[in-house]
Each structure stands twice: as structure tokens, then as C-alpha cells.
Ligand binder design. Structure first.
Ligand SMILES: *Cc1c(COP(=O)(O)O)cnc(C)c1O
Length: 957
């Protein structure tokens, strides 16, 4: 079975042995029992036959070569940049970094937490604001998050914002779309004028402006004063690189600053993935959307990093969450952070000044030849007036291999970047000479001193210590080694599908033809991406049973939002005011948050004791909201990890009420090849390509969350209606780029191409077998909370460890003790508090599944020792877990259990007699040592610190 047998971790004979444990004769029989008949799809998926690794590598290279890489001076939020090779290899192409999960378990995530703290520090110092988050999705959606933050600050009472019309077109499109859903009125303004800001929650400006302008210092402080006088928030969308040379927005009076960190070393990639950022004042710290890394301390009192409480709890706050963002852009934020470590503040400033010098040079040359330019003060972008002839001028440059931005029939915008060369400037000036008509040359002055940044910034040691490649290589290795990623062992996180990200799949991302394409490059330059997107859209339609797919959403949360906005658009077009979204109590937190952001009112449907949707409650909620039901959001298989039999009934009840059915497809790994949400009655779904379709999690992003829908909703999906003529977003846009995170789409394309229909079905069945194997191997001591009516679980199972409470052992203790056994904990307390949800995926081999089961059984015996008083409740290996090397080798050891049990419980611990000696040896040799002990979350929240320690802290220690 070609590549599929490398993707699937269990061999035929392993599966036979596992089937004996679960009591099924064949995998087919198991699937017949597990998947309810009424949702089971007929026949095989129509997909191309499975290809070999070599074929796929060749086809990917071919598609990349069909993209045309030109000198991109299009700008508009996307700039060419030099990703230092040491960072590309050390981070972007390194499984220690890209196969990690979001750092919810801080003890095993110190490396990426430290790197993300570095990112926050970079953002904070460049923007001049104290609190910065650990990344958002893209500049356009970050702008929306900033506006929503401002609206929240006013408790939602002020629902009007003034927005400068000098924003990038994509930012305007996404903001318009999102504000419309929430009934927030946008007043488009020229921010340099005397403004009436009465009742405005915010004034939003871009710095520098979309046309390149840098207004005089006092123009910005006047804007700040005006909006502050009106009681509103000053929001600035800023270019981070420009902030190394211009006065930072925080000093101009900004309360919130947001934007993209792309040009800090992140490849263009056809539009993404890139890291966006947001920063704000102390006063707004509780309102920050997305995740925030903070410094706390561990059980030994050493400094340790972790996600701050409010951001870990976003999920739990559901419709009250500050945002629906879950997966963000960690990997890319880490690349940006390392880029600044590599260059340091003076290197950054030097890059910015060189870019600015090139732009000045360009502007002067254009003026000398008689061109008119719109703004005399700029950073990196020149807007050129060519009355009525901008398009031919653009084409002339294109013929010379230079792509620029056509702003209007009479205006071109040309943006310089880190890779701009003097020869290009000369070529542009020369090529545009015939288009000059004013005849008189204007003077271009230097930027006034008041506009320039004079303070020193980024003085923290991290940004000065690792300048040689040797030092940086070691720094990144040191951080990477602190973390537990898939290259160490399984990450059995329920609902997250941490499967293999095969090397051949992920390698396409950095191919020249994918990495260096600007999202708004002329359509013919995108031919390779076009073909890739067409294939992927078609295949995903086939896999899901829907009619149309939009690849634009850059995370599951954004797919949810786009899908719900489509539902909203559909109802509105029919003149129906359906504003209620039904959401089961067990739903993923993003569901409720997305529904709120799409303008729906969330009505919760309760679950029955067996975990299934309570049909009685559903019936009464529908009756209470007659004619107002807009949609229900179902997760299938349910978040309880079972294939609910009643799903058909739920769907028809909602359809009869006039509502649409949204099926959250994040759990599609339990369905591919066996059931299709579109056939089950779903109207719309999102899929998580970073779960089911092999895009790596990157320590918390990138993600891709395509939204798929039936034909009646297709016109409302995020699209680029005029895509062939214009690459800018059209209606329904949720991201700035047509295909969102285009450069990671080859990963899912390659996965489907390698697996073929048969391989994909085999993967699903293997995942379900693995979950049932774990459930049935452990159930006799740790109850499996929910099972389907046939007694089977789907691709994950909930282990109910709440019984351990009698011995004073919490789910946290179990999760941390698993670290000592060499595991990443399963999902904790979701969807049921106090339990563990285990999703092994098809990629784990039987020995790894057995190692996990052995660890869980051994932990159960340890709990028994506490329960029977053999180990005291206040001193036992569970509550002291995880054990660091420092603790274990300390000369003093006065615990009632041995050092061996502390550090090597799988080998020397209780109930481990059966361990195969070879496995035991490797578990000693390859022991994962957590760099810190248990991290104290509450302490960190009381002492919030979310940037690198100031320089004096280093000299003191
Ligand atoms: C992961 C997940 C989501 C959210 O996806 P993100 O990409 O993290 O935004 C939504 N629903 C379910 C059921 C999930 O498991």
C-alpha cells in the first residue's frame, strides 16, 4: 500500500493483535460496528490513485515552477524578506519546532514559550506598548481584533468606529465584513482632518498609510488627542519594521497597535502563513485577544514560562471570550522572533534605513524625470500619479520582471523591501520615464527629525547574545530540545489529531516558487497555486460531500466564522431575521465565540448523561425561538469522541425549524472515507487541515480551516469574485490573502495525493482501531466515559480519572506525571472537567500505544499506593511531578519514593515487570527531562510579566 503504510503506524499483524483486544475479527467489522449505518457513505471516494513520494515531490516542484517569481514591489502588507538560512533550517524545517503543539502544558514547552516571549518583547519594544500577545492570524483580522478590543473597552455601548480610508484594501474589506456582522458602524474618515468623533469607540489609522504617507509627528498626536477627548481608543495598524526607525505608535498616543510581522523574515508564501501581532496598554491587558505568554516560577522557585491564565481560559469563556482565535501563528512568530535575535536592534534599524534610502532614491529619480508623487514623506512606499495611464505603466514594469501595485487607473504604488537593489530602482525610473508628464521636478526632503525614533530599544540580552551563526544555531537547538514534540513521542491530544507530518509533505513550503509569491501578484504568476487550489478544493468537496470550498480561512476558528457568516448572508438574502445559533453544551469553545462574532445569539442545548444531545431540550429550545433559528453547530463525531446515532434526528429537527446545519469538521479524522458531513445533512462545515490533513501544528499555528458548503451557501463563502482580474479580497473575506495561508496548502495536497482513497480510509479505520484499543486496554481500571451504542468509541476516548480524587490526585497530577513517563499529556478537562481525552491517531505504532497504556496503568497503581497510605498524600511522585534532573540528583532526597521511581517510573516503577528490556534501555537513554518543575500559574497571573526581563535583570543574576 505504498506511502500509506509509512503514514499509518500499525502494521497488518499489529492490527490483528489489536483487533483481538477489542474483540472484532477485522477492521471492517470494527468500522461497521462503530459508524452508525445511517451515516455510512456508499462506495469509495473518487480521488486520484495514490502516488509515490518521488512522484509527489516531482509534481510539487512542477507546480512551484508554474508560479512566476518576479521582483515584488507590490507591498500592501506583504514584502519580500531574507529568511536567514540558519533560521529556515533550524526552525521552519525542523520537526522539533513544527511538530510541537500549542504550549498548554508549560513544563514540556519551555523552548517555544521562551521564543514566543521573545516575539512579544519584539512587538512591545517596536510598538512602544507594554503588553503584546503571542501572535494573531494576519494583518487584516488583527485589525478587526483591535477594533473589537476597543468596542469591548466601552462595554459594547459605543458601536461606531472612525476608520481612516488610508488602510490597505484587504484590511478595509475584512473590517467591513466583520463589523457588518456585529452591527458596528464604520465611519470612513480622512484622519488628518478635524474630526467629529462623538460616540466613536475608536479611531483607526494605518502607520505609515496605505499610500505610504508618514504624517508629521503632531498630526498623529492630534489624532490621539481627538479620540481620547471623545472617550475612545486610538488604534494604529503599524508596520513593525518601520517602527524601528519611526517614532513608535505607543509614543504617539496609541492605545492598541496591531499588524503583521511578516517582513521580519517570514516568506511571502503567496499570502501566508504569517504572524500578525497586537499590543496594548496595561489597562487593556485583560481584553487582549489570543494568547499571552507570561513568566512565572516553577516548584523549585526558578523562572518558568507559561500561557497566562486568561488566555488559557478563552476556550472556557465561550461566547464571552475576547476572541474566537485558538490556533494562531506560533511557528511564524518564532521565526520573526529569531530574525530579530539574528539581526539585533541595530541590524533591524539598518534594514529599515536601507529600505527607506532606496525609497528616497526612487522618489527622487521619479521626480527628477518629471513624475508627480502623492506624498513627500514616506517610509518604504511611493505613490505615483500617472493620470489615466497607470495600468500601461504597471504592465511596462511587469514586462521588466517588476510587479507593482495598481491603486487606481491613475495611481501606482511601489514598495521597497529588504531585497530591493539599486539596479531595480534605476530600472523602474528608466522604464517609467515615458509616463512622466508634469515636466517640473519637485523636491523630496528627508523625513523630519520629529518623525524619527531616537530611543534605544530591544536592549535585552537575548537580542545581543546570538549574533554568530554558531551561537544562534545552538540557541535554537537548546530551546528546541527543551520541548516535547512529535519527534520524541506521541502527543495523544484529543480533538487535536497530532498525526504524522511527513517530510515530503512539509518540504514544499520552502520551494522558491511557493515561498516568494506575493498574494496580489498578477493572476498569471499564480498558475501553480491555482492548480494546487483547484485540486485541493475538488478533493475536499469529494471527501466532505459539499459543493464548494473556500481555502481562505487561516485557522479552524476562521472557517467557523466564515461558515456562519455565509449562513447569515443566506438568511438575510431571503429576508429572514434568524439570529439564534444553537450550540451543544459540550461544543468546542471556538464554536460559541465564532457564533457571537458572526452576530448570532448563542442558545445552549444540554447533553444527556450519556453525552449525547438532549433531544427534548433541543425541541424546547427550537420552540422557544420559533422563526429565529439561524443554525445549529454540531461536532461530529461529537466532542465526546462518539458517533452519535441521533445525529440524523437532530439535523432534521433543525432543518424543519428553518435553520441551517453547521457541522464542525475538526474531527474529520474519524470520518474520511466512511461518512461525509454533506451527505449527513450538513449545509456547511470547516475542516482543520492542521489536524486531519497533515499540516503541522507548529506549536500553536499555522493552521488552515477551509470552509465547505452546499451550493445554496456557496455565494456567501469568502471569495475573490474577480480573482482573475484582481487579487484583492471580495465579499465575505475573513483574511487578507485569496488562499489564506497558501504556502502550507501543498502539505495537505501532498497528503491526499500520497494516500489515495484507499489510504485515507485505511487511516481513518486505523485511527478508530487505535482509540478503541486504548479504551479497551485501560477500561478495566480507568473507566472510559462515553461509548457509542455499539460499545465503540470513535477516533478518541475520554478516560475518567476523576476517581483518583479520592486519593487527592487531580487530572493535573496525572498529566504532569505522564511527563516523567516520557509522554505529552492528553487533552485535559475538555470537554469534561477532570478527565483526559486521548486521541492516538493512525500514525502511532503499537509499541507506542502499549507504552502509553503501560504508563496509565502504572500511574493507576501509583494512585493506589497513595490511596492506601503507602505514600502520603502530600508527598508522592504524582503531586511532585514532573521531576527535573536537578531535583533528582540533588544531594538531599527525602521523599518516601526512590529517585528511580521519580525519574524512570516506566522502567523502575510499579507494575512495569513486563517491559521489554530493549524498550526499557531506550527509555533510560532517551529520557525526556523536563527543564522545569511544575509551573505555578496563579503566581504568574498575580505578577504578570509578558516580555523578556530587562537587561539589568541579567546582569544581576
Ligand atoms: C481544533 C478545533 C477547533 C478550532 O480550530 P483552530 O484551528 O484551533 O481554530 C474547533 N472545533 C473543534 C472541535 C476543534 O477540535
Amino acid at each position: 500500500m505504498g506511502f500509506a503504510s509509512r503514514h499509518i503506524g500499525t502494521s497488518q499483524s499489529d492490527q490483528q493483535a489489536m483487533l483481538e483486544v477489542v474483540g472484532a475479527a477485522t477492521v471492517e467489522e470494527l468500522m461497521d460496528q462503530a459508524v452508525p449505518n445511517q451515516i455510512r457513505s456508499e462506495g469509495r471516494l473518487h480521488l486520484p490513485p495514490a502516488a509515490t513520494e518521488q512522484q509527489v515531490a516531482r509534481e510539487l516542484a512542477q507546480m512551484a515552477s508554474h508560479n512566476t517569481v518576479r521582483t515584488s514591489m507590490i507591498g500592501q502588507g506583504f514584502y519580500d524578506t531574507a529568511t536567514p538560512a540558519v533560521i529556515r533550517r533550524g526552525i521552519l524545517e525542523n520537526p522539533s519546532w513544527y511538530t510541537a503543539y500549542t504550549p498548554y502544558q508549560p513544563e514540556i514547552s519551555q523552548g517555544r514559550l521562551e521564543a514566543l516571549l521573545g516575539f512579544q518583547t519584539v512587538v512591545s519594544e517596536l510598538t512602544g506598548l507594554p503588553i503584546a500577545g503571542a501572535s494573531l492570524l494576519d494583518e487584516a483580522s488583527a485589525g478587526v481584533e483591535a477594533v473589537l478590543l476597543a468596542v469591548r473597552v466601552h462595554r459594547g455601548e459605543l458601536r461606531r468606529v472612525a476608520v481612516s480610508s488610508d488602510l490597505f484594501e484587504a484590511s478595509k474589506a475584512v473590517l467591513t465584513n466583520r463589523c457588518d456582522a456585529l452591527g458596528i458602524e464604520i465611519r470612513w474618515v480622512d484622519a488628518t482632518e478635524n474630526l467629529d468623533l462623538t460616540d466613536c469607540a475608536a479611531l483607526v489609522v494605518q502607520y505609515p498609510g496605505a499610500g505610504g504617507v508618514v504624517h508629521p509627528y503632531h498630526a498623529y498626536t492630534t489624532m490621539a488627542d481627538q479620540i481620547h477627548a471623545a472617550g475612545g481608543t486610538f488604534v494604529v495598524i503599524a508596520d513593525l519594521l518601520a517602527c524601528s526607525m519611526l517614532v513608535p505608535p505607543g509614543r504617539l498616543g496609541a492605545d492598541v497597535v496591531a499588524g503583521s510581522a511578516q517582513r521580519l523574515g517570514i516568506p511571502l508564501g503567496g499570502g501566508g502563513p504569517h504572524a500578525a501581532y497586537i499590543a496594548t496598554t496595561q489597562a487593556n491587558e485583560r481584553q487582549l485577544p489570543g494568547r499571552l505568554v507570561g513568566v512565572s516560577r516553577d516548584s523549585a522557585g526558578h523562572p518558568a514560562f507559561r500561557l497566562s491564565l486568561q488566555t488559557r481560559e478563552q476556550h472556557i469563556r465561550r461566547e464571552k471570550a475576547t476572541s474566537n482565535i485558538c490556533t494562531a501563528q506560533s511557528l511564524l512568530a518564532i521565526v520573526a522572533s529569531m530574525y530579530v535575535v539574528y539581526h539585533g536592534p541595530e541590524g533591524l534599524k539598518n534594514i529599515a534605513e536601507t529600505i527607506h534610502a532606496h525609497t528616497l532614491d526612487l522618489a527622487r529619480k521619479l521626480c527628477d524625470s518629471g513624475h508627480r508623487i502623492t506624498h513627500k514623506a514616506f517610509f518604504d512606499t511611493v505613490e505615483l500619479e500617472i493620470p489615466g495611464r497607470a495600468r500601461p505603466a504597471q504592465l511596462t514594469l511587469l514586462a521588466k520582471g517588476i510587479a507593482v501595485y495598481l491603486h487606481s487607473p491613475s495611481h501606482l504604488r511601489i514598495s521597497c523591501d529588504e531585497l530591493t537593489e539599486t539596479s531595480t530602482i534605476d530600472a523602474i525610473a528608466q522604464a517609467l520615464e515615458p509616463f512622466a508628464d508634469s515636466g517640473k521636478s519637485e523636491q523630496i526632503e528627508e523625513l523630519p527629525a520629529a518623525s524619527l525614533r531616537t530611543d534605544s530599544f530591544l536592549e535585552q540580552a537575548t537580542f545581543h547574545r546570538y549574533r554568530s551563526e554558531t551561537d544562534l544555531m545552538r540557541y535554537m537547538r537548546r530551546l528546541g530540545d527543551k520541548d516535547y514534540a512529535l519527534n520524541r513521542g506521541m502527543i495523544p491530544l484529543g480533538s487535536c489529531t497530532m498525526k504524522l507530518n511527513a517530510a515530503v509533505e512539509v518540504s514544499a513550503m520552502t520551494l522558491e516558487g511557493f515561498a516568494h509569491i506575493h498574494p496580489y501578484a498578477p493572476p498569471e504568476d499564480h498558475a501553480g497555486f491555482e492548480r494546487l487550489a483547484e485540486d485541493l478544493e475538488r478533493w475536499l468537496c469529494e471527501i466532505t460531500g459539499y459543493d464548494a470550498v473556500s481555502l481562505q480561512p487561516n485557522a479552524g476558528s476562521q472557517g467557523e466564522l466564515a461558515g456562519l457568516l455565509a449562513v447569515r448572508g443566506y438568511h438575510r438574502a431571503r429576508g429572514e431575521a434568524r439570529d439564534v445559533c444553537l450550540i451543544p453544551a459540550s461544543a468546542h469553545g471556538t464554536n460559541a465565540a465564532s457564533a457571537t462574532l458572526a452576530g448570532f445569539r448563542v442558545v445552549v442545548v444540554t447533553s444527556k448523561p450519556d453525552g449525547s444531545i438532549d433531544l427534548e431540550d433541543l425541541r424546547s429550545k427550537i420552540a422557544e425561538n420559533r422563526d429565529r433559528i439561524g443554525a445549529i453547530m454540531l461536532t461530529y463525531p461529537s466532542t465526546h469522541g462518539i458517533y452519535e446515532e441521533s445525529v440524523g434526528e437532530v439535523i432534521s429537527m433543525v432543518h424543519q425549524s428553518g435553520g441551517q446545519v453547521y457541522i464542525d469538521g475538526a474531527n474529520l479524522n474519524a470520518m474520511v472515507g466512511f461518512a461525509r458531513p454533506g451527505d449527513m445533512g450538513g449545509d456547511v462545515s470547516h475542516l482543520n487541515l492542521h489536524k486531519t490533513f497533515a499540516i503541522p501544528h507548529g506549536g500553536g499555528g499555522p493552521g488552515v480551516g477551509p470552509v465547505a458548503a452546499k451550493a445554496h451557501l456557496a455565494p456567501y463563502l469568502p471569495g475573490f469574485p474577480g480573482r482573475r482580474e484582481s487579487a484583492l479580497p471580495g465579499s465575505g473575506a475573513v483574511a487578507a490573502a485569496p488562499w489564506g495561508s497558501a504556502s502550507v496548502l501543498p502539505i495537505s495536497w501532498a497528503y491526499i495525493r500520497l494516500m489515495g482513497a484507499e489510504g485515507l480510509s485505511a487511516a481513518t479505520a486505523s485511527a478508530v482501531l487505535a482509540a478503541n484499543y486504548i479504551a479497551d486496554s485501560l477500561d478495566h481500571v480507568i473507566p472510559v466515559l462515553y461509548r457509542g451504542s455499539s460499545g465503540r468509541v470513535a477516533h478518541e476516548c475520554i478516560l475518567d480519572v476523576r476517581g483518583f480524587k479520592q486519593a487527592g490526585i487531580s487530572v493535573d497530577d496525572v498529566a504532569k506525571r505522564l511527563v516523567d513517563y516520557g509522554f505529552h499529556a492528553p487533552t485535559m478537562s475538555f470537554p469534561v472537567p477532570g478527565t483526559l481525552m486521548v486521541e492516538p491517531t493512525e500514525s502511532e505504532g503499537r509499541s507506542e500505544l502499549d507504552r502509553f497504556c503501560a504508563a496509565m496503568l502504572s500511574i493507576t497503581e501509583e494512585v493506589t499506593k497513595v490511596a492506601t497510605g503507602h505514600w502520603p498524600r502530600e508527598d508522592n511522585p504524582l503531586i511532585n511531578a514532573p521531576h527535573t534532573a536537578e531535583v533528582v540528583i540533588a544531594s538531599e532526597w527525602n521523599h518516601p519514593y526512590s529517585r528511580e521511581i521519580a525519574a524512570y517510573p516506566a522502567v523502575y516503577g510499579v507494575g512495569t515487570e513486563v517491559l521489554d528490556p530493549e524498550l526499557a534501555r531506550y527509555m533510560v537513554e532517551d529520557k525526556y527531562w523536563p527543564p522545569v518543575g511544575r509551573v505555578d500559574g496563579p503566581w504568574g497571573d498575580r505578577n504578570l510579566q509578558c516580555t523578556c526581563p530587562p537587561p539589568e535583570a541579567f546582569t544581576a543574576s
